[in-house]
Design a protein around this ligand. Sequence first.
Ligand SMILES: [Zn+2]
Length: 235
Amino acid sequence: MNMQRLYEYQSLRGDYFKLKEQVNSTARKEELLEWKGRIEQINKEKEELEKLIDEKLKLVGKNNSLIKDIEIKEKDMEKQLYDGKSANPKELLSMQQKLAELGENKKHTDNICSEENEKVSALQKDLENKKQELMKEYKPYQSEINKYKQNKEIEKVNLNELAREIKEMEKEIDSDLLESYLKYTKSLGNNVLALVKKGKCEGCNIDIPKVDLGDVKVGNKLVNCENCGRILAIL
Ligand SMILES: [Zn+2]
C-alpha cells in the first residue's frame, strides 16, 4: 500500500478545503459592503446639500429679479412724481407713499437675498467638506474592491488547479485504499490518515498496541487506531 502517496493526497486535499473555505468566506465581502454603504450615505448627504444650495440659489435669483422689478417701478414713480404733470397734492402724496412702500419692499427683499446668500456660503463649505470626505473614502475603497476581485479570481484559478491535481493523484493510489480512505472521510473529516510518531497515533496522541504497530510496519493491511479510528501509517 502506497501510504506515502496517500499522505500527499491527503495534504493536497487539506490545501484544497482550506482554499475553498477562503473562496467561500463572505467576511471580507461583508466588510466591503458595509464600507460601500457608508460611502453611499456620504454621497446621499452630498446630493442633499447640492439640492439645498440649488434651491437657495433659485430663491436668491427670484428675489434679485423682484428687486429689479421694484427698481423699474421706483424709476417710473419718480418720473411721474417729478415731471410736474400732476399738481394734485393728494395724488402726489399717494405717489410718495407708494414710493416709500416700494423702498421698504426693496429693503426687505434685499435682506432676504443677503440672508440666503450667507446660508449658501455656509452650505457650500459643508459641501466641500462632504466632497473631501467622499474622496477620502472612495479611492481606497475602489482599490480594495479591485484587490478583492483580483484575489477571488486568483483563488478560484488555484482552487481549480488543486482539484485537477487531486484528480490526477487519485489515479496513482490503489483504488481499494482510496475507496476506504474516502469512506472514512465522511465521519473523520479530511485527516483520515494518521502517522505513527513514537508509538502514538498522530491524530489522537494515544499509544498504539504493539501488535497493531507491527501490522502498520509490515503494511499489508489497513490498521485503524483503536481510539480515533484513523488509518495508521508509518512513512
Ligand atoms: Zn488515534
